[in-house]
Design a binder for this molecule. Structure first.
Ligand SMILES: Cc1cc2nc3c(=O)[nH]c(=O)nc-3n(C[C@H](O)[C@H](O)[C@H](O)COP(=O)(O)O)c2cc1C
Length: 325
């Protein structure tokens, strides 16, 4: 007797997956993903038409964002009580094949419940370091084959590099014009559900600023190093630097971010400086990193709350019938 094939997803279950994907973090809140469901196969599609020519000319942050969405998608499948298997693709970002009923672990429940509570917290943290045991648990949450999360040592060198990047990005008018396009339309009647709301940005200097804009103050390197020392930091690194690594880095970042949220921590991500020519190589040599840096995650206990960012309507997640992938 052969076992019955795993049951296809119902429309309610597809709704659960869509809501989880939609709440993932993404570069400039561009939400560069779609979902296509065929029976028990769910394709996560990369919306390559989301172009950030100045910030992300090679689309690596777009794939990191898809990786973060993939973590949410897998968690939602497991919380629905189903097993799943993920394969990275080239045409599609990844395909999640849904298997048989499987008991959901307490850990998956906790991470899934953190999906809606996680948000970019571009604010100073409450003073007080995150205990070493908690930091180690966040590293473990993100680690995967070919992905490493590293606490940076030489904060003086990191401050020097970040300070330099801040000055370059602040004075780059083309870059700033593009950034304005992703921050200007998020308020009022014209709000579309993507982009970074003004309220989510910080008028302060790095590391709190997150996204450097034309008026972002630049602290001197010594002050910046002192501020970095007050925060907890992890650099997400990968052994190689191809599409699969970018997806895996985004997935790891999101696992760590959700694990932090589940422990009542908050954080935000910096990739902005990494896109400057030569920046990654300098970071590797100055900090002795074990791979290619893909994102910097700063985290701590919240001093003030942060509001959630908007999202596009869920219907936008599904390709139009007969439309292109
Ligand atoms: C790949 C990636 C790169 C990001 N880069 C930055 C960054 O350099 N600076 C920043 O402040 N936020 C960055 N973010 C955070 C996004 O702006 C944020 O996720 C988005 O605006 C949605 O808001 P939320 O995280 O509160 O849901 C990044 C997020 C991702 C996934």
């Amino acid at each position: 007797m052969t076992a019955a094939a795993p049951a296809a997803l119902t429309s309610e279950q597809i709704g659960v997956l869509a809501r989880a994907v939609s709440r993932a973090p993404s570069v400039h809140n561009s939400q560069p993903w779609r979902l296509s469901v065929r029976g028990t196969e769910v394709d996560l599609l990369e919306r390559r038409e989301v172009e950030l020519r100045r910030h992300d000319p090679f689309g690596r942050d777009r794939l990191l964002s898809c990786g973060a969405a993939l973590t949410n998608l897998e968690l939602a499948v497991r919380v629905l009580g189903r097993d799943c298997h993920t394969a990275y693709g080239t045409d599609v970002a990844a395909t999640v094949t849904i298997g048989r009923p499987h008991a959901t672990s307490a850990r998956d429940f906790a991470l899934y419940h953190a999906i809606n509570r996680r948000r970019s917290h571009r604010r100073p943290f409450f003073h007080g370091r995150v205990p070493a045991g908690v930091r180690a648990a966040l590293v473990a949450a993100g680690e995967a084959t070919g992905v490493h999360l590293v606490e940076p040592g030489r904060l003086d060198k990191l401050a020097e590099l970040l300070g330099f990047a801040t000055r370059v990005l602040r004075d780059d008018r083309g870059y700033q014009r593009e950034l304005e396009l992703w921050t200007a339309h998020t308020h009022g009647w014209g709000a579309l559900g993507d982009g970074v709301p003004e309220d989510a940005l910080s008028p302060e200097a790095l590391p709190v600023a997150g996204l450097v804009r034309g008026g972002t103050p630049v602290p001197d390197d010594v002050v910046l190093a002192e501020r970095l020392a007050e925060e907890s930091l992890l650099v997400v690194c990968t052994d190689r630097d191809d599409r699969a690594d970018h997806l895996a880095a985004g997935a790891a970042l999101q696992r760590t971010w959700l694990a932090a949220t589940a422990k009542a921590l908050v954080g935000s991500v910096l990739t902005q400086p990494l896109h400057l020519t030569g920046f990654r190589a300098r970071l590797v040599s100055e900090l002795g990193l074990p791979g290619v840096p893909q994102a910097i995650f700063r985290f701590g206990y919240p001093a003030v709350p942060a509001a959630p960012s908007p999202r596009l309507p869920l219907g936008e997640l599904f390709p139009p019938p007969g439309g292109s992938r």
